[in-house]
Design a protein around this ligand. Structure first.
Ligand code: NG6
Ligand code: CA
Length: 498
């Protein structure tokens, strides 16, 4: 009898200890800007659920993605490597092969090593399969399940790129052998109407000069051609709700064991096509409406954690992959109904830009049992999540893995006011930030992209800004401080050659 109760005690103690490992959820929005949330100063839109997360946690004012576009940023977040070291890491087409090397440490593989269940729900955009040419109608090797995720429910690339289908683990959902899926980015395929030839079939017109006029799915012209898979094609209005319900399933299936969930929402990336209940709600057009949908989604996740009894010991990180853009290919009223809303807040530039609007993003960390509420001005970067969580999980990163990732766990938890000393930012051109100074390397190319309305940060001359006094990067001090330019240039090249 005594022996049994001792064993029982031991068992309970062991389970409690195991449960003490915090669950971790990284919510990554798509193209959400520094000024898009009311807790970051937005006045034309109200985001009470994300604001609440920030008010109970730590809100960072100087946290970054590595890059001003999706694929590079997400690559960095998951691998702990700067993406610009490899020129092939750019916005990928929907049929690209997997670009994350299998067999290396990734954010999810780290958690798996620590005994967590790991899952991704949402946008992937890091390539699938071994080659561009692949059979979408058979299980696809080389995807999220090969780089550390036990479970995946994704769409392959972006909401505006074919194939417009979901994959659960290796399989496209709702396949039909009588209607096989084919995808091509070079030439038209099958008989589906295109946006170019049949604009009358569209429920949302694409923007002149920006493409998005190839195969039409759900009344929206896409990038790329697709045929077949009629039953598998998603309805845009349902995409976000589908991801939410899958994320809730992951939470509930794992409430008794530690889990890591990368929840990659698609808002407010184009095509913005909110669930019908959000249409017209924001008065800022569909871009505003999908931000409200995103905010509601975050609220639903928080409710689910409460209901599962795991809210206190779950770390929730909320961030975005790159800065904002109003016109990214569709005439969805983001520009005409802007109504004074400043998606990058006080920052210059946005998506695609070397200015701060490209990479400085909302970044909120909540862990009710451990983190004190507050605001942190530490310089932070998503590339550091790998090394910081390795520290939390007490795992030594093997040499040659996540080599650009720095351990800033103390800053992440609000125990230290400073983070990185130096950060490299990737817009069109590369910049380096150190102690409030930012040097943007000279580059050709247009300074203003009139199609997307982006101040790119391109300039043939060096640019130097004092971010502490000039967060809007208006005053180029390169001529005044040539020594500073030289110093940062030299530092940048030493990091590049590391
Ligand atoms: C661009 C698309 C844009 C968007 C972006 C990817 C054009 C003209 N523009 O090439 O609409 O899809 O790629 O966005 O094709 S990201 O957030 O995934 O980086
Ligand atoms: Ca993006």
């Amino acid at each position: 009898m005594k022996k049994i109760s001792f064993l029982l005690l031991l068992f309970i103690a062991a389970t409690c200890a195991a449960q003490q490992k915090p669950n971790v959820i990284v919510i990554c929005a798509d193209d959400l800007g520094y000024g898009d949330l009311s807790v970051y100063g937005a006045r034309q839109i109200s985001t009470p659920n994300i604001d609440k997360l920030a008010q109970q946690g730590l809100r960072f004012t100087d946290a970054h993605a590595t890059s001003a576009t999706c694929t590079p940023s997400r690559y960095a977040l998951l691998t702990g490597q700067y993406p610009w070291r490899d020129e092939s890491i750019r916005i990928l087409p929907g049929d690209a092969p997997l670009i994350i090397p299998t067999g290396k440490t990734t954010l999810p593989s780290l958690f798996r090593q620590a005994g967590y269940k790991t899952a991704i729900v949402g946008k992937w955009h890091l390539g699938l399969g071994k080659e561009t040419a692949k059979n979408w109608n058979k299980p696809i090797e080389n995807g999220p399940n090969d780089v550390g995720f036990d479970y995946s429910f994704i769409f392959p690339a972006t909401a505006d790129r074919v194939p417009t289908v979901f994959l659960e683990n290796r399989d496209v959902l709702a396949l039909d052998s009588l209607d096989p899926i084919e995808v091509d980015y070079k030439k038209p395929i099958g008989n589906d109407p295109t946006g170019k030839d049949h604009p009358e079939l569209l429920k949302m017109q694409s923007s002149p000069g920006q493409g998005h006029n190839q195969t039409i799915v759900n009344g929206i012209g896409r990038i790329g051609y697709m045929s077949g898979g009629k039953k598998a094609r998603w309805t845009d209005e349902e995409v976000s709700l589908t991801f939410l319900s899958k994320a809730k399933e992951v939470i509930n299936a794992n409430k008794k064991n530690p889990f890591f969930l990368y929840f990659a929402t698609t808002e407010p990336h184009v095509p913005r096509m909110p669930a019908t209940m959000f249409k017209g709600k924001s008065k800022l057009g569909y871009r505003g409406d999908v931000i409200l949908q995103l905010d509601w989604t975050v609220g639903e996740i928080m409710k689910e954690l409460e209901a599962a009894g795991i809210a206190k010991n779950t770390i929730v990180i909320f961030t975005s992959d790159n800065g904002p853009v109003l016109d990214d290919g569709y005439q969805d009223e983001a520009v005409t109904k802007q109504n004074g809303h400043m998606p990058a807040g006080p920052l210059r530039g946005g998506k695609y830009s070397a200015f701060e609007g490209g990479t400085r993003l909302p970044f909120i960390v909540s862990w009710p049992s451990t983190i004190k509420a507050g605001v942190s001005d530490a310089l932070m970067c998503q590339v550091d999540l790998v090394a910081s969580f390795a520290r939390l999980l007490n795992i030594q990163l093997p040499a040659g893995n996540a080599t650009d990732s720095e351990d800033h766990l103390q800053a992440l938890l609000g125990k230290k006011p400073t983070g990185r000393n130096v950060l490299i930012e990737q817009g069109g051109s590369i910049s380096i930030v150190k102690e409030g100074w930012k040097y943007i390397t000279p580059s050709g190319g247009t300074a203003y992209d009139s199609l997307t309305g982006t101040e790119t940060g391109n300039d043939k001359s060096p640019q130097l800004y004092n971010l502490k006094e000039d967060i809007g990067e208006k005053n180029n001090l390169a001529g005044k401080y040539p020594e500073k330019v030289k110093e940062l240039e030299a530092l940048l090249s030493s990091i590049k050659n590391k």
